[in-house]
Design a protein around this ligand. Structure first.
Ligand code: CA
Ligand code: CA
Length: 324
């Protein structure tokens, strides 16, 4: 009887396994490789054009949202509808339904101001259950015309259609305000202790170990930007060529500042119009570009692909400078 039961079990497991495999293959066929089809309207840019206003301005000694308020006074805005990221796994989001974007330039530097409602200020992501608020702007690299006939995915670009992404992070901005320019685990857990504290001889016998950056902080030793203290900026400069290809750049060129008040974030990201980095979008007064954006609400556990996105590109045109 035992043999018969074992055989039944074996066949049963095999049968269930085959069922599961074919179901997985069927599901994979529909979504492979983890990405649903992009609809045709996503290849059509929005009609409304963001006018990047030329403003003659004295560059403030200390750049923050307040000091740039006057410069943005007469800039027109574009309202961007946001939705949950629903194509690539892990997806989600949807708590932020819209944002307002304004942009100005002074012939040297371009400033994008993004404002959105968010009832929670999440500027720390140290504990595993914590996630940061963030926003990102994305630009196609090179001179491109985006039309339904010339497909260019508004969702992080495509193979051989690279994008430049500027990713502002609330916790990076918080890092700038603390001594050492990096909020560490002790900030989240002030009463923490580690194993070394329990061994009275530890400091003597393990002095080489506990002073070794390579051993204790592999990320820092590998020059990972996320682990670096004193990175001195709030925005990460990245490239992507489709889902799963996000790559930080060797040459970081973007910075930013923010203000959180009355349940809303105002973030300004700024960069030289022109850079020496071939991986950067180059922005020319009198020229055109496209942008797209995303917002993460850490209070709703948004991170990575779980975010609020716009599902189409938005055209932008840069005003000429006064002497052009
Ligand atoms: Ca939030
Ligand atoms: Ca760069």
């Amino acid at each position: 009887m035992n043999i018969r039961v074992s055989k039944l079990k074996l066949y049963g497991v095999s049968f269930l396994g085959a069922m599961f495999l074919s179901a997985s293959l069927f599901a994979a066929e529909e979504t492979a490789p983890g990405v649903k089809d992009v609809t045709e309207e996503e290849f059509t840019p929005a009609k409304e054009v963001l006018n990047v206003k030329y403003v003659e301005m004295e560059k403030p000694y200390h750049i923050d949202v307040e000091s740039l308020k006057g410069a943005f006074k007469d800039a027109s805005s574009v309202k961007i509808t946001l939705q949950k990221q629903d194509k690539a796994f892990p997806n989600g989001g949807g708590s932020v339904t819209g944002a307002e974007v304004k942009a100005i330039h002074d012939g040297l530097t371009i400033y994008f101001q993004i404002t959105w409602s968010d009832q929670t200020r999440n500027a720390r992501a140290i504990a595993v259950q914590e996630f940061r608020d963030a926003c990102a702007l994305m630009f196609p690299l090179g001179a491109v015309e985006i039309t339904p006939a010339e497909h260019f995915s508004p969702r992080m670009g495509d193979r051989e259609k690279p994008t430049n992404i500027w990713h502002w992070k609330a916790d990076w901005e918080a890092d700038l305000l603390v001594k050492g320019e990096l909020e560490d685990v002790e900030v989240q857990y002030p009463n923490m202790h580690d194993d070394f504290n329990l061994n009275p001889y530890s400091a003597y016998y393990h002095r080489e170990l506990i002073t070794s950056v390579e051993v204790l902080s592999g990320g820092r030793a590998a020059n990972n930007l996320l682990s670096q203290p004193g990175r001195g900026r709030t925005v990460e400069d990245l490239n992507a060529e489709g889902f799963g290809t996000l790559t930080t750049q060797d040459h970081q060129d973007v910075n930013g500042c923010s203000q959180y008040a009355d349940g809303a974030w105002t973030v300004i990201m700024y960069r030289s119009l022109i850079t020496q980095d071939p991986h950067d979008v180059q922005l020319v007064p009198g020229g055109n570009t496209y942008f797209n954006m995303a917002v993460w609400n850490g209070g709703e556990q948004d991170r990575n692909g779980q975010k609020n996105i716009s599902a189409q590109w938005h055209p932008a045109t840069l005003e000429k400078v006064a002497w052009q």
